[in-house]
Ligand binder design. Sequence first.
Ligand code: GLY
Length: 393
Amino acid sequence: MSSRTSDVLVIGGGIIGLVTAWRAAQRGLAAAVVDPEPGGGAARVAAGMLAAVTELHYGEETLLALNLESARRYPAFAAELTEATGHDLGYRRCGTLAVALDADDRAHLRDLHALQQRSGLESEWLAGRECRRLEPMLAPGVRGGLRVDGDHQIDPRRLAAALVAACERAGVVFHRSPAERLDVVRDRAAGVTTADGTGLRAGQVVLAAGSRSGCLAGVPDAVLPPVRPVKGQVLRLTVPRRYAPFLSRTVRAVVRGSHVYLVPRENGELVVGATSEELGWDTTVTAGGVYELLRDAHELMPGITELPLTETCAGLRPGSPDNAPLLGPSGLDGLQLATGHHRNGVLLTPVTGDVLAHALVTGELPEEARPFTPLRFGPVPQARPASRMEQPA
Ligand code: GLY
């Protein structure tokens, strides 16, 4: 058994763990990431909408402030990451159109518009014909919509690959093995033991293991984050050149209570998402999930049935009790959290990196992140999975 030491050891090499390690390294900390497959995780599946305004929900005004702050940081963050790596991130400032297909959807969208206006957000109500003027492939029955020019998109797979490259260039060390357990010595997080028995030691540990953050062995129950997996199934289609431009912006709708969105990339990929299912660790792509996404997307945009279906996949969002992330000191010395980002992991990547770097250097959360302290949940009694066999591979 060997032992290697860093200032900061990040458990989890998804986009949240990677941005944390990158920003920590930029602050002069010796950073390491432990993950068998850095750049994987929920971002492999995510559509990459940066939808602070169109994904606004009642009761989530505090989260809205963080989402808007991260959206504000995105242009500089994307430019810096591209500059550091030479990677094109597929960052597209194309805006979003949320539409309604029937009277119930329209009433729902009108309520969302009123909430956006009360929150001081920019969105414009459009009649159905104005929606179709913007996006001619929309179904003729569209009853109205909300134009939100500030909700953009990025390609999360490219973002993840760029963050791996940025970490490598900044000197972050990768340990390509699963973290088996957190090691606690004299009431302080001291490092991690990996599945191959290696002991990794660190001055501080960051738990950024996405949906798995709530079940790492060795984390004392009192600080174990209340994070659960929320399954999302997603489809990828390809728009042949002869159909381009099929869509010029992200289009989304609530169809009979289910959210569906279509995210067009510049390279012709069209991402259709996503289901939201509370099924534990299951990541099966089901006939029902694919059927519902295609049915709802087809109602929105009948022409999609002509497109090649190139990929189906499923991933696990890290859900938290209030749908907001857990950021910063955990209550156990030496252990910080960066998890629970639920539907907003891609959007919150820039602000999370900045917040965690600040917290690692100073021990304090910056002002904008104080509402997201993990301590807001207190010690939560919760059942761990009965065995590791029930956890994802
Ligand atoms: N933010 C989109 C989703 O989680 O499906």
